[in-house]
Design a protein around this ligand. Structure first.
Ligand code: UD1
Length: 379
């Protein structure tokens, strides 16, 4: 039976891989075996960035942890490639399924394809066209070596068609991150500091920042935080601080008085905060999808997005990276003029089931006449 590698490396991967594993297990319970190996690259390793998500989302212990840790872009990417190549040399798989756009996604897809292993990309086809972001390079390179694309939107399908990808390789399945959100909606719970900070639904703002462009420069980060603090009037701004951001924050002289700095939050607590927030200010991509589904106003501190439907259909507005642009957007929010939004097509909690159904067809047991030398019958 063909073996599928499921690759997960960094925080935003975990909620995308969780429903796929659940759907595979469900299929196995009904008698169809789909053998997989869960490979954690170790790109994220702090409990708050990794293990907490495994525990809360019921993801099994990884079968393999490559343990690569942090480094420069090249250090991290090459360490993942070396580790994954070693694994494939020990025991090769038949399909490498990667999710999202982090360094682990790109590194494993290149390694797999060069080893003759087919690649499936969940969230394929997204494009921000901003080549200053490492994630855009990861997306384009990953898609260049991908065999099967599992997409979240018609825009992604169109991007792939424009790049010459045939329809038979594109599977518009929906959004696995939203699968996880919808299946956990009833489990969301307040963080331990909820009462201590006196938080009340719709009366506070959530802030997350981790993009190098926003957080690596001291002066720019200071100006941005000041603009957000002023623009949010007297509302509390709950700010879970990403490890990358913490490094710059240590050197900041002036944290606005309405800010509450907290540790990165586990999944259930973070999304509880988001669900009940007046608004979210972020430079994340995934959070703009979650706010869209929860109907929470979202201000994105980026100049582009690879998820345009969060703007055209959802509750997201691209505010940009210039601190001067924050105030007018917050004025609009406080004036109650934010768009209501609706939910994009196929973001219905069933994406992983659709993916696994496709995988099942690809990975049917080899028969004497169809099996290749590796036992794979993948088209
Ligand atoms: C990575 C992804 C980004 C994703 C983000 C979510 C890439 C290029 N970037 O960015 O797309 O949105 O994850 O968090 O893959 N660190 C810790 N503990 C950890 C992990 C990281 O302290 O568990 C610190 C390290 O000092 C590291 C820094 O955070 O140098 C950045 O981590 P890294 O994995 O390089 O990128 P992220 O900024 O997290």
């Amino acid at each position: 039976m063909p073996l599928i590698d499921l690759i997960a490396g960094a925080r935003p991967n975990f909620m995308k891989i969780a429903p796929i594993i659940r759907a595979i297990r469900k299929m196995q319970q009904s008698g169809t075996s789909l053998p997989y190996r869960l490979v954690h690259t170790g790109q994220h390793y702090d409990a708050r960035m990794s293990a907490d998500f495994f525990a809360q989302l019921g993801i099994p212990e990884p079968d393999v942890n490559l343990g690569v840790g942090s480094g420069t872009q090249a250090e991290q990417t090459s360490a993942i490639m070396l580790g994954y190549e070693r694994l494939l040399l020990e025991q090769c798989s038949d399909l490498c399924l990667v999710v999202g756009d982090v360094n682990s996604t790109m590194a494993c897809s290149i390694t797999a394809r060069k080893m003759g292993v087919k690649v499936a990309h969940v969230e394929g086809g997204l494009r921000s066209n901003d080549w200053e972001m490492p994630e855009e390079i990861n997306r384009v390179v990953t898609d260049a070596v991908t065999n099967y694309f599992f997409t979240t939107s018609e825009t992604a399908n169109e991007n792939l068609r424009r790049a010459g990808v045939g329809e038979e390789r594109i599977f518009f399945v929906g959004n696995t991150m939203i699968d996880t959100l919808l299946s956990n909606m009833d489990r969301l719970r307040p963080p331990s500091f909820w009462d201590d900070l006196g938080l009340k639904p719709q009366e506070y703002v959530v802030l997350t920042l981790h993009r190098p462009r926003n957080v690596d420069g001291l002066k720019n980060l200071q100006a941005m935080l000041t603009a957000i603090g002023d623009g949010c009037r007297n509302r509390t701004v709950v700010f879970p601080v990403h490890p990358r951001t913490r490094k710059t924050m240590r050197a900041l002289s002036d944290i606005p008085g309405n800010f509450e700095l907290v540790e990165p939050q586990p999944y259930l607590e973070f999304n509880y905060l988001v669900k009940h927030a007046m608004a979210v200010i972020t430079d994340s991509g995934g959070i703009t999808e979650e706010t869209t589904v929860m109907g929470v106003p979202c201000l994105t501190l980026r100049d582009s997005t690879e998820r345009p439907e969060t703007v055209t259909v959802g509750t997201n507005v691209l505010v940009g990276t210039d601190p001067a642009r924050v105030r007018p957007s917050l004025d609009r929010l406080f004036a109650g003029e934010w768009q209501k939004g609706s939910i994009p097509d196929k973001w219905d909690g069933k994406a992983a089931e659709r993916i696994v159904e496709v995988l099942r067809k690809f990975c049917r047991p080899p028969s004497a006449t169809t099996a290749s030398s590796t036992g794979s019958v993948l088209p």
